[in-house]
Write a protein that binds this ligand. Structure first.
Ligand code: SF4
Length: 235
């Protein structure tokens, strides 16, 4: 392994340990959905507040009761049910398209079979669906009751990793999912990988804000080139 990669892996692990001291370890999973429900939840959540996508998901269940009924419903009714989330006019047809394709490709409306596949194959199966990228495939495998080992990278996580110099912004959030996952120790458990997602995201939400990161309160300041620059500029 090149020395630079080994050093970066060590750095990422140090960041993980420090943030785990602040935000915790063995963090509780926030969902216990089957993988298909988790996929619909992921499709609803794009650029939407959790509260609003959660309400849209509840509405779908309350109005239709199951995914077969959502798949076969008139488009306008699905769109009305998911109105709390952003762009219901785009998300409703996408959800129905994805449900139709899963039914066609698998023969029934479930993704439970993914748990019998290697994680890489399960992610490829998901990413062959329209609108499903690396973040969503990782979210389905990690957040659903599969509890598989995959690292979803959201915008907070991405911002913190860029500011720390772990990745370059130009690689984009999509590619960052696998790059950051590959820098974590191979013997990390699924729970540890989920913890990494959580602590990086929480740090972005609570300290390393998009505007005005609170570097003087940050436990990573001595490791962070961006933080050093910002603090020195302020002096
Ligand atoms: S030192 Fe500042 S820029 Fe760096 S991770 Fe902490 S809050 Fe973010």
């Amino acid at each position: 392994m090149p020395a630079a990669t080994a050093a970066k892996e060590e750095f990422v692990l140090e960041v993980h340990h420090r943030l785990s001291e602040v935000y915790g370890r063995q963090i509780s999973y926030f969902h216990d959905l089957d993988p298909l429900s988790e996929l619909v939840s992921a499709l609803l959540s794009h650029r939407t507040k959790n509260r609003d996508s959660g309400q849209a998901f509840k509405n779908l269940m309350a109005v239709f009761g199951n995914w077969e009924a959502v798949c076969d419903a008139p488009l306008a009714e699905v769109q009305a049910a998911i109105h709390p989330c952003t762009w219901p006019e785009q998300k409703a047809p996408r959800i129905q398209q994805v449900l139709h394709l899963i039914g066609e490709r698998h023969g029934s409306l479930t993704l439970d079979f993914l748990s019998d596949m290697p994680v890489a194959d399960a992610r490829k199966w998901l990413e062959d669906l329209p609108g499903v990228g690396p973040k969503s495939s990782a979210a389905v495998l990690s957040f659903s009751n599969m509890r598989a080992k995959a690292l979803p990278v959201d915008s907070h996580h991405f911002r913190v990793a860029v500011r720390l110099g772990i990745i370059e912004a130009k690689i984009g959030e999509g590619k960052a999912n696998r790059v950051l996952e590959n820098l974590l120790p191979p013997d990390f458990t699924a729970q540890e990988m989920y913890d990494n997602h959580q602590v990086m995201m929480r740090h972005g939400q609570q300290i390393c804000h998009h505007y005005k990161p609170e570097c003087s309160r940050c436990v990573l300041l001595d490791l962070c080139p961006t933080g050093q620059q910002l603090v020195n500029k302020a002096v």
